[in-house]
Write a protein that binds this ligand. Structure first.
Ligand code: NAD
Ligand code: WQD
Length: 354
């Protein structure tokens, strides 16, 4: 990195945020995290457990504030205390099923929260933003692999996905309104795995919604068997195909995006796919996980999960061309690191909870 910016990371105590903080610290950034810990583990010290472990991994300090994005006064006081160069915005609620039950909470937290953040940034003259978006904004594929030019918003079937799409639109309008702004939306495909140290990883509360954490909990004996949602899709083995990406590769994509924003002279908006470009079926993931953990993953074939699509995978060439980023790790690496994290921390960060 040319210079070493001070980066405000919203939601930095979460899964993607904590892994990204490791990469930021490795690249000599000063990191200020705000998180209200709604989906993270508090711990007994001044830092949430995962950020304490980030400090252990990197040997560098993290500045942390327990602040809710919706609290504009508390957020403003963080901007008062630190000269922020750029914001990475991860904070959001992300459970698809829950978003259908409590949509207003999702719209308030993810959309209103983002507006409060953007207003506060403007108030403190901070105009550079990296936004955590999702391949979910593409909805049902009109073609594959998804390029950034694929239509967005049309097939978002749940409130969570709509919040990701709406906030992208809000940011684009803002960038168009004032040349001081520049923003990058990173559209993640399916982030999985954990830091190779085994010290930080994804710690879902309750029953995991996503495939890889569920498999890992079956492997460690926390759950009996996996339900495979559908075997009659138009895919090579009939099960759903996704573009799984190692969390560390994903985290590195954020550093590259920052680099680009710091250098960029023209104000602009750009979305980038962060994926490997390769799809894997549910059965392939099960078998890859069995290989690394040396155990059988019992599963049963069940009906399709409502709202699921058959296949989703990225064309990641724009990120390679413009960010000089590409994913390096294989499905086997993802499973190996996921298994290390899960087997060393069978209850996530719970052991160190207050
Ligand atoms: P996560 O739940 O692990 O992390 C989000 C963090 O934000 C949590 O620590 C939570 O406590 C915090 N947070 C939520 N609302 C807040 C608020 N109002 N104020 C302050 N903090 C708040 O989720 P994640 O998997 O790390 O996802 C991070 C971002 O990436 C989200 O925006 C999500 O939509 C996006 N994303 C995630 C995935 C995925 O599969 N994990 C895929 C695509 C996009
Ligand atoms: C992957 C495949 C399932 C669980 C979701 C969100 C998306 C994004 C990432 C944030 C599918 C199958 C799953 C299980 C299964 N999040 N599956 N048994 O659905 O691609 O994306 O997380 O933006 O918005 O929708 O990921 O991991 O849930 O599912 O068979 O117990 O595994 O049907 O084919 P998905 P996933």
């Amino acid at each position: 990195m040319d210079s070493s910016p001070t980066v405000l990371v919203t939601g930095g105590a979460g899964y993607v945020g904590s892994h990204t903080v490791v990469e930021l610290l490795k690249n000599s950034c000063t990191v200020v995290v705000i998180d209200n810990l709604v989906n993270s583990c508090k711990g007994s010290g001044t830092l949430p457990v995962c950020l304490q472990r980030v400090q252990d991994i990197t040997g560098k300090p993290v500045i942390f504030y327990n602040v809710d994005l919706l609290d504009s006064k508390a957020l403003g006081s963080v901007f008062e205390k630190h000269k922020i160069d750029l914001v990475l915005h991860f904070a959001a609620l992300k459970a698809v099923g829950e978003s259908c039950q409590i949509p207003l909470s999702y719209y308030r937290n993810n959309v209103v929260g983002s507006i409060v953040l953007l207003e506060t940034m403007k108030q403190y003259n901070v105009y550079k933003l990296v936004y955590s978006s999702s391949a979910t904004v593409y909805g049902t594929p009109q073609y594959l692999p998804f390029t950034e030019a694929h239509p967005t918003g049309q097939g978002c079937t749940n409130p969570y996905g709509k919040t990701k799409y709406f906030v992208e639109e809000i940011i684009q309008d803002l960038v168009a309104s004032d040349k001081k702004w520049s923003a990058v939306a990173l559209r993640y495909f399916n982030p999985v795995g954990a830091h190779e140290s085994g010290r930080i990883g994804e710690a879902p509360q309750g029953v995991p919604n996503n495939l890889m954490p569920y498999i890992a909990q079956v492997a460690v004996g926390e759950r009996k068997d996996l339900k495979v949602y559908g075997s009659d899709y138009d895919t090579p083995d009939g099960t759903g195909v996704r573009d799984y990406i190692h969390i560390t590769d994903l985290a590195e994509g954020h550093v590259k995006a920052i680099w680009r924003l710091m250098k960029q002279s023209e104000p602009r908006w750009q979305a980038y796919n962060l994926g490997t470009g390769q799809g894997h079926s549910v059965l392939e993931v099960i078998h890859a996980f069995e290989e690394v953990c040396g155990r059988k993953i019992p599963y049963e074939i069940c009906p399709r999960r409502p709202g699921d699509i058959a296949s989703s995978y990225a064309d990641p060439s724009l990120a390679k061309k413009e960010l000089n980023w590409e994913a390096k790790k294989s499905l086997s690496d993802m499973c190996r690191d996921m298994w290390r994290w899960q087997s060393q921390n069978p209850h996530g960060f719970e052991e160190e909870k207050q």
